[in-house]
Write a protein that binds this ligand. Structure first.
Ligand SMILES: Cc1ncc(COP(=O)(O)O)c(C=O)c1O
Length: 383
């Protein structure tokens, strides 16, 4: 197997993949309605479900699309007949609000800061004081905007007490941070193939409680391609997706899942955490700070406060690193002046050290010099 040129992706997904995952896409052409391909999809569905729930009670519904497709499939198929509370503490919470708005649903926003833990007592109070009964609550598990983890288990318990159906966008936590849908009282969960699963982009999926899917089958939904019930029913009856699936991406996902099983979720998270420790040690040495406190941090994606030196410019830093095979990502939150580094994917400690060395060289080239005890603020202009 010829090695593929390796790029170090420190953007928050699609993540760096193994060559075996890339090559798993090179297969004989096949019609996706053939039993052989249905078997591949069935194994992917069982394995994905098994990562977060009991396969007797839950199942996975696959879509061809980016992660947003599965979030929209849940919102547009399930949450259309009652008041929805959407927690917005970052760009992806905001996106769910935009989706609910696009479908003209009955929704209200609970806003919270993207870099501080959500206050559950305020959320409970907010829900209690609403003039109407809340039917659904939507939250992002890991806000990729900053690296903040929302305490889904406590939110799930609160939903149970108040008979609220919970949906979770687990796009950037799935496959790394342990999830138990039953224990956490999650009815619907959205994720995709290309982050911690280390697969290729193009498969979006929903893990759902089968009973709930059955019960809500007759709902009149304002969607078509993203109709969760129709997709579930068709797959259940035929073993196929309703429309053309991303065939080769699904082969790659099957391989990526095998590799996750071999590594283990716990071990993958430990590897990611070690990469994070290396990252934090390195940026601290360079005098940089990150936004989210350690106890609420995913240790997967980090929003780092940008230097205030006049010579600093994100684009030129990005271009320098990119020319050396390392991709970084701009910040999301408005006004916070951050850039983002993800430590997910098929990465090693040496990759992270390589990035940190490049970053130090780049900083020196624009006149930012770390001192022994950290950065010299006056000279460097770090904030
Ligand atoms: C938490 C979260 N939700 C949704 C998405 C959207 O995924 P996509 O860009 O694949 O549509 C992302 C992507 O980074 C994400 O991190």
């Amino acid at each position: 197997m010829k090695k593929v040129k390796r790029n170090i992706l420190l953007n928050p997904g699609p993540a760096t993949t193994t060559d075996t995952v890339k090559y798993a896409q090179v297969v004989p052409d096949i019609c996706p309605r053939e039993d052989d391909f249905c078997d591949v999809m069935q194994s992917v569905v069982s394995d994905l479900t098994n990562l977060v729930a009991d396969t007797q009670e839950y199942t996975t519904i696959l879509f061809g699309g980016s992660g947003t497709a599965s979030v929209e499939a849940i919102l547009s198929s399930v949450m259309n007949d009652g008041l929805i509370v959407i927690i917005n503490n970052g760009a992806y919470g905001k996106r769910m609000c935009e989706i609910a708005d696009a479908y003209q649903y009955d929704w209200v926003e609970f806003k919270s800061l993207s870099y501080q833990p959500l206050q559950l007592d305020l959320l409970s109070d907010f829900i209690r004081k609403l003039p109407r009964k809340v039917a659904y609550l939507a939250v992002v598990h890991h806000e990729t905007t900053t690296g903040l983890v929302n305490d889904v288990e406590s939110i799930g318990a609160m939903c149970k007490e108040n008979e609220i159906e919970l949906m979770v966008d687990a796009m950037s936590s799935f496959g790394a941070i342990p999830i138990d849908m039953q224990r956490m009282n999650i009815s619907y969960l959205a994720a995709s193939s290309n982050k911690n699963l280390q697969g290729i982009a193009g498969v979006s999926f929903v893990v759902a409680n089968k009973c709930k899917l059955e019960n809500e089958k007759s709902k009149n939904t304002p969607n078509y391609y993203l109709n969760l019930h129709a997709q579930y029913k068709y797959f259940y009856e035929t073993g196929q997706m309703r429309f053309t699936p991303p065939v080769q991406t699904i082969y790659a996902l099957q391989q990526a899942i095998q590799e996750l099983k071999i590594e283990g979720i716990k071990e993958r998270y430990e590897r990611y955490s070690e990469l994070w420790d290396t990252l934090i040690e390195g940026i601290t040495r360079l005098g940089l700070k990150h936004l989210v406190q350690v106890q609420h941090h995913s240790k997967l994606i980090t929003a780092i406060v940008e230097p205030t030196a006049e010579t600093y410019d994100f684009k030129s830093m990005h271009d320098y690193l990119y020319a050396h095979g390392v991709t970084i990502y701009p910040g999301k939150p408005d006004r916070l002046n951050t850039f983002r580094i993800a430590n997910i994917g098929d990465l090693t400690k040496n990759d992270m050290k390589h990035f940190l060395n490049l970053l130090e060289t780049y900083f020196k080239s624009i006149g930012i010099h770390p001192t022994k005890g950290g950065v010299d603020h006056e000279e460097s202009g770090y904030g």
